[in-house]
Write a new protein. Sequence first.
Length: 475
Amino acid sequence: MPDIIIVGGLAVLPTGPETVDIGVDRGRIVAIGAPGSLAGGADRTIDASGQIVIPGGIDPHVHCRWPIVVPGVTQHQMTDGPAQVSRAALHGGTTTIIDFALVGDGDSVQQAIERRQREWSGDCHCDYAFHTMVQGKIAPEILPQLAEAVQAGHPSVKMFTTDITPSRKGRMVDFGGIWEVLKVLAQAGGIAAIHAEDNDIVMHMYEKLIREDRTGFENMAEVHNTLSEDLSFNRVIRLAANIEGAALYMMHTSAATGVAAIAAARAKGVPIYGETLHQYLMYTAEDYKKPNGQIYHTYPSLKFHDDQEALWKATDHGAIQTVATDEICCPLRIKLQGRRIDDTTGGNAGVEPRLSLIYTETVEKRGYSLADFVGLVSTNAAKIMGLYPKKGALAVGSDADIVLLDPRQRKIVRAAELHEADYSPWEDRDLTAWPSMTILRGKIVVERDTFTGDLKDGQFLPRKVPEQIRTRPAV
């Protein structure tokens, strides 16, 4: 008999929402049946009446224990680690997070991955994976190592087309390097995760605004601008379109120009997928002018109302498939320490409220289906990143990562009640639902805000991107 039976809830299955019983045994979903068909015999029966039962959320873009670069400071401040971020994630209904393994100077790809795995092992409450990250000049010996990493279960590789700020020289991969990596990934079965901005435009605008003494961070959207996104997205897409099997995942799409570039490429059959962030969907460059406006910032910058409208439209069966966070968890004093266009800290604390925020904004405010909401916060990331159907699905055989989302439980966001940082950019947001329970591989880890997880719970997830994801726009 199952360990757990969940009854009475409206479950968002791969076939659509349906009131069913769900049986869980030894960490997996073992049965899904009509109401009453699984009654009796379980160690625990959970009544989910009045609630929405969904697969655990997947955040495909977080940064834990990551250096915060401050110009002139050699000892970097590190962001909070996976222990804190993963606990917050589980409280908010996210059961899987994907971070990054940076291949530094002198590293082999394998060394970088093994180092990151040592840092995370036994220090994460939820399941996790890593994108491999390469930067700067790509040494020839790195290319076959990336192919080996893909075969070993690390199929996504992140690259920057910009240094982002003048103080971060060496981060950008030139287009020749991107071209070579894309060819390797196409052959090996991987996918490229791209932070795309036009470096020439970005650095020109830094020089221009500094020369004009307009260095306040409120001018950030002039530096990391919509033209930069237009040029860089289209250039990367042209590279990929000329390499058979080259698949792209465009990280933190922020502008209407990026949306248009992805949409045009998808229409031509290019296997490209768009990620945006909840910051871009709910804040604009005008929010930089608010007190402590740095709390809303990430790179690329917030844009404008028309960009926001384009992003929202793109989440409705368009160019955007996932909503991530670009999580940077740190104290408010660290988030506020930069005030210039060239020193403001990117990212912010957002993994905990992400799922409920997107439910509120999509289902409640815009009339999205429950299936579309689940796609944006879980299923699509699982499919694109090679985790489906182990993750991202309520299906027999899938991991029992299950969230009971309670639409009767409204919540006003208060940083003091969350489990991330001592501030929240979502303070005072009125959410129309909140998880009453989070289950990770069959273990109840959060119940009515009581945390019962353990740092030994989190497991590393090897991945393989399916061929259909890499050959056409399949999500």
